[in-house]
Design a protein around this ligand. Structure first.
Ligand SMILES: C[S@@+](CC[C@H](N)C(=O)[O-])C[C@H]1O[C@@H](n2cnc3c(N)ncnc32)[C@H](O)[C@@H]1O
Length: 276
């Protein structure tokens, strides 16, 4: 499956499960970090790409100064629908968010419209990353900044690693899954830098950031990836018993490592700051 197809698998039951299971497990801590970085640049016009169910958007809406504007975009309507629902009613003090479907590789915005473009864990799903960076460069003002993050290798995420081991045990002849191939398949710092620079951006920082992922239990951590990511659609053709088996083995592997109580595990990502 090409990356382009993977990008469109955030659909059906995925958006709700993503928000409920994946966001607290791994996306919330990185959203808090990215929002703090974004606010430190004191932007007045912010565009978010691949906003998903809005975990970064909610943080930005609460933290940006009142006079700033915020447009949040994503390729998949289902993700934006959950984001809009989660953001309503708007908390006191949070600025309005304009939600808009958009492919990061063909942004429907005028040149030099934003002083900050933010994208958390979306870039690895873009089939043409230099083209997406070139779009970001086009819509940034001359002193504008692009902030984006990608996961480090699957070896740095114990939950994803356990899911992959369970997948390979249950489906030994299946091709590599979307989690290894795409979500954790783009982590070579030199490639990340070269793709941004091929799009005309100047990378000024590529930070390795380790934070803690948390889940109530091994069982809830084990359910997150098979239910709340594009892996769900990849497993569908095999029938529900395959997905259940992968979840059960993942839960056993995680229990062996973390016990039966809450799971707290370090996870690693790269957070990139680039100038126009
Ligand atoms: C792992 S999620 C990250 C969502 C959100 N930024 C977060 O941190 O929770 C990846 C997101 O990228 C979006 N996406 C994939 N390809 C895209 C593209 N070409 N343009 C815009 N969004 C895309 C997906 O719909 C999905 O919401």
């Amino acid at each position: 499956m090409a990356d382009d197809a993977a990008a469109r698998l955030f659909r059906g039951g995925v958006p709700d499960a993503y928000e409920r299971l994946m966001v607290p497990l791994v996306f919330q801590p990185y959203a808090d970090d990215l929002v703090a970085r974004a606010v430190s640049h004191t932007p007045s016009a912010v565009l978010e790409l691949a906003a998903g169910t809005g975990v970064v958007t909610r943080g930005l809406a609460a933290a940006l100064p009142p006079e700033s504007t915020l447009i949040a975009t994503d390729l998949n309507d289902g993700m934006l629908a959950v984001a809009e629902r989660r953001g309503a009613p708007r908390p006191a003090g949070a600025r309005p968010v304009a939600w808009q479907a958009a492919d990061a590789q063909a942004l429907p915005f005028d040149a030099e419209s934003f002083d900050l473009v933010v994208c958390q864990f979306g870039v690895m799903f873009f089939p043409d990353r230099p083209a997406a960076h070139a779009q970001v460069r086009r819509v940034l003002r001359p002193s504008g900044i692009s902030l984006f993050s990608v996961w480090d290798s699957i070896a740095t995420n114990a939950v994803a690693l356990a899911v992959d081991e369970a997948y390979r045990r249950v489906l030994p002849d299946a091709p590599p899954n979307v989690i290894t191939r795409v979500a954790h398949g783009y982590h070579d710092p030199e490639t990340i830098r070269a793709d941004a620079e091929a799009g005309g951006l100047v990378v000024v920082a590529l930070d390795e950031v380790e934070l803690i992922g948390e889940a109530e239990s091994a069982a809830s951590a084990a359910a997150a990836i098979p239910r709340g990511t594009p892996l769900r659609a990849e497993l569908e053709p095999y029938g529900p018993e395959v997905s259940d088996r992968i979840e059960a083995i993942t839960a056993e592997l995680l229990e062996q490592r973390f016990g039966t109580g809450p799971v707290r595990t370090p996870i690693r990502a790269f957070v990139v700051t680039a100038h126009r």
